[in-house]
Design a protein around this ligand. Sequence first.
Ligand SMILES: [Zn+2]
Length: 82
Amino acid sequence: MGLLDWRDRRHFDQSQDGARPCMQCQVTTPMRSHSGEPVHKVCAEDWNDSHPDAPRYEHDGRDLGTTRYHSDPPIKHRKGSA
Ligand SMILES: [Zn+2]
């Protein structure tokens, strides 16, 4: 199972009370899953590793992880002449 790609800003709650207990390890974190769950990225990756039977999340036919914790869809690059 690969690492999650959470480059999108929405995975980081910068509000003043943004630090919440992680759903997995209970240590506070400003990180958020796609569904808004407070969770460290590494904890989400661990959860994916320990739940191989969890429903998969697919985007354009690519497996991005589980429906609970999955990567941001890859940024689409323009198809140029290069
Ligand atoms: Zn955690």
